[in-house]
Design a protein around this ligand. Structure first.
Ligand SMILES: [Ca+2]
Ligand SMILES: [Ca+2]
Ligand SMILES: [Ca+2]
Ligand SMILES: [Ca+2]
Length: 506
């Protein structure tokens, strides 16, 4: 319990807009950031070229010191990134309309991958350059701080550019644990949250100064919509939740390595303090947990949680736009996307038919983009009856004239493409960067009816603020180091800031 004096101090500090200092003794309420610029106005840039340091894993404290001293963690806030146009036929973009109408503005927040880095099911020793580079990230303990910073940024943006909704990209947690899902939900909903398991650690004495301290989130000021990713329901994003995994997650043996925050410099340990809150939370239980808070985050829609897989529609109030959320995860295992014909017929087709009947433009959202749809592909995957791959999926969507775009995540990099199936009409696919790996950006989408025969989908990356927030700042610098030293499995491109031009449907 906090004393009345502390609560009063919090209230005063909050109303004055100043962060509390640790000497106040409470969890800091970070003030509203002074701005939330779109990345085309100003953005974060690496201060060091990417130079492979394959002998200096940034997972080791001494190597981090070496890399940091040579500028691998340096970043600068500077010029905005450039924008380009994308059309369905590759031709020149139309001229902008004289009186465009904004239909919807939303933020896409993908691959936060909140990780309980003290869990016995962590696998730090498997972390190597390449496909398993995500087994450990030197920034991962600061993920809750970065997510809180993202909430502050989105709310600030919302003050000048109202945001209808935030829609997730999936992989909201990293390891399908109940405590991770709880941290994620509570930061977006608004709460005091302590991303700390096992013993209550305080590696830097006092409040608000290390990632194991409680943080205060004001919560998003607009609806947010759930999307499930493979890391939300599979151990390490790969393995179906077996009884052995369930038992191991609440035990003490971390055979592949977890972080020990009780010691200076957080070494890797094979023995942890047990914590029942680490039990996996997946399938129907996970959807009930998320859908049971606030407005249900999309999961209160009829049939949204059927079979423990999240398929639902969200109709943007007052706009001729429907979002359709798809669940592309494979509960039987494997990191790849799985789209089953049965789900397409019984859960997706009816939502599309309704949208067509109502003349609503459709954007589809899933964690995996169509190029990642396989039949049980990926490590620990299992083949399924009725798995639909990208060509068949695209031809299915192309039957519906109002389908504008399929928005995905999963790859941790921006991608944008026009797809032209063999039959039906052309539409767009795009993926957003992750919050966890460089460039650690969200993306703002606006759909404008230009009034000239075209919709313009105006997509712009958005950086989380680090104003008054040294912990979010540390997350960004560690991620920069991971990338510049060659240990992050991502590549950079200019597919983030785009205007997509889509002919209006009569
Ligand atoms: Ca790594
Ligand atoms: Ca702990
Ligand atoms: Ca703590
Ligand atoms: Ca502390």
């Amino acid at each position: 319990m906090k004393s009345k004096v502390t609560l009063l101090a919090l209230a005063v500090a909050s109303s004055c807009g100043n962060p509390l200092t640790p000497s106040d003794g409470g969890t800091p309420r970070l003030p509203e950031p002074s701005s939330a610029p779109l990345a085309t106005e100003a953005s974060w840039h690496l201060g060091h070229a990417q130079e492979l340091q394959d002998e200096r894993s940034p997972n080791v404290a001494a190597n981090r010191d070496w890399l940091r001293s040579r500028g691998y963690a340096d970043v600068t806030f500077g010029p905005g990134i450039t924008r380009r146009d994308l059309t369905l036929d590759g031709g020149a973009a139309p001229s902008a309309g004289s009186a465009p109408t904004l239909l919807v503005r939303f933020v896409h927040l993908a691959d936060t991958q909140l990780a309980d880095d003290e869990s016995p099911t962590r696998v730090v020793s498997l972390d190597v350059i390449g496909a398993t580079a995500g087994a450990y990230r030197p920034q991962e303990a600061w993920g809750c701080n970065a997510l809180n910073a993202s909430v502050r940024t989105i709310n600030k943006l919302h003050a000048s550019l109202p945001v209808n909704a935030v829609i997730l990209g999936g992989d909201n947690s990293d390891n399908a644990q109940g405590n991770e899902a709880g941290w994620f939900r509570d930061i977006l909903d608004g709460a005091e949250v302590e991303c700390d398991s096992g013993d209550d650690d305080d590696p830097v004495e006092g409040p608000g100064n290390d990632p194991k301290d409680p943080l205060f989130s004001e919560g998003l000021k607009m609806p947010w919509l759930w999307v499930t990713g493979n890391h939300d329901i599979l151990n390490q994003g790969n393995f179906s939740i077996s009884e052995a995994i369930r038992a191991g997650s609440v035990g003490t043996k971390a055979e592949l390595g977890a972080v020990d925050w009780s010691k200076p410099k957080q070494p890797i340990t094979e023995t942890v303090v047990a914590d029942a809150r680490r039990a996996p939370l997946v399938g129907a239980d996970l959807l009930d947990f998320i859908g049971g808070s606030k407005d249900g985050h999309g999961l209160n829609a009829a049939g949204a949680k059927t079979g423990g897989k999240a398929f639902y529609a969200y109709d943007v109030p007052g706009a001729p736009v429907r979002f359709i959320v798809l669940d592309t995860t494979a509960p039987s295992g494997g990191a790849d996307g799985l789209m089953l014909r049965g789900d397409v017929e019984t859960r997706v087709r009816p939502l599309l038919e309704e949208a067509e009947a109502q003349g609503k433009y459709v954007l589809l959202f899933s964690h995996h983009p169509p190029p990642s749809f396989t039949n049980g592909g990926g490590f620990a995957g299992m083949g399924q009856d009725g798995a639909m791959l990208a060509p068949e999926w695209r031809e299915f969507l192309a039957q519906y004239p109002h389908v504008v775009m399929h928005v995905g995540a999963h790859t941790h990099k921006f991608r944008a493409a026009a797809v032209t199936p063999a039959t039906g009409h052309a539409f767009f696919e795009t993926e957003t960067s992750s919050l966890t790996d460089w460039p650690q950006q969200m993306r703002v989408f606006e759909i404008w009816n230009e009034g000239n025969g075209y919709l313009r989908i105006h997509a712009t990356p958005l950086d989380f603020t680090e104003e008054n927030d040294p912990l979010a700042s540390e997350f960004r610098r560690r991620s920069a180091m991971d990338f510049t030293a060659g240990w992050a499995d991502v590549t950079l491109n200019d597919d983030g800031a785009l205007d997509f031009w889509f002919p209006t449907v009569d």
